[in-house]
Design a protein around this ligand. Structure first.
Ligand code: 3PG
Length: 208
């Protein structure tokens, strides 16, 4: 969790070919981003997590889109160091806690937030950030929850053109998205473009 709040940038990767996992992670690492969320949306995801852990021991690799307890177990076995879900599911959060996997559940309403808080989750993914009200919604949610220490990672529709506005909010611990690790660029093995976009994102976060 500390690593996420230090890096302030969470690359959300959809990896279709396990051979792309390590080159992608190396590209991010070379830009100063030793953090990656690999979404469990492709058959290659679990092996991708395993490969990154084996080749880049300093990389904080997490598993995203964890929708059930079996995926949590698989992610932990593959070496995932944190877990993320788009929504909040009590059994998934409890399984993650049982397996000592730091976990970031998704939330986009006050009820989701409170469910997360009741399960001890002080870091939550605000998803889908842009569609769920974006910056005005986050500002409104700061009112009743900021004093609890709750922090958000807005994800979903966060891009180069709006990321700086999100990162400046006091309740935002980090921002994330796929705009600098786009699946099409990964499939095209366009590491140069990913490097360029990641460096721009890192620079934007530093300036903000
Ligand atoms: C996701 O779960 O897909 C992430 O939140 C990333 O969303 P994005 O592709 O809109 O950046």
């Amino acid at each position: 969790m500390e690593k996420i709040t230090q890096t302030r940038l969470v690359p959300v990767a959809v990896i279709h070919d396990v051979a792309d996992a390590v080159p992608l992670a190396r590209t991010l690492s070379a830009c100063g981003v030793d953090l990656i969320e690999v979404t469990l949306r492709t058959p290659a995801a679990i092996e991708a997590i395993r490969a990154i852990r084996a080749e880049l021991p300093d990389m904080m690799v997490g598993a995203g889109t964890l929708l059930d307890i079996y995926q949590v177990e698989e992610a932990v076995k593959a070496g995932a160091l944190f877990g993320v879900s788009p929504g909040i599911n009590r059994s998934v959060v409890e399984k993650a806690h049982e397996l000592e996997l730091p976990f970031v559940p998704g939330a986009c309403t006050p009820s989701d937030v409170e469910k997360g808080l009741s399960l001890g989750c002080k870091l939550q993914k605000f998803f889908p950030a842009e569609a769920a009200g974006g910056i005005p919604m986050l500002k409104a949610m700061a009112g009743p929850y900021q004093h609890t220490g709750l922090k958000f990672i807005p994800l979903g529709g966060v891009k180069a053109n709006n990321a700086a506005d999100y990162i400046k909010l006091p309740t935002v611990a980090a921002i994330g998205g796929s705009w600098f690790v786009d699946a099409k660029l990964v499939q095209a093995k366009n590491w140069k473009e990913i490097e360029k976009l990641t460096k721009e994102a890192v620079q934007m976060v530093r300036q903000a």
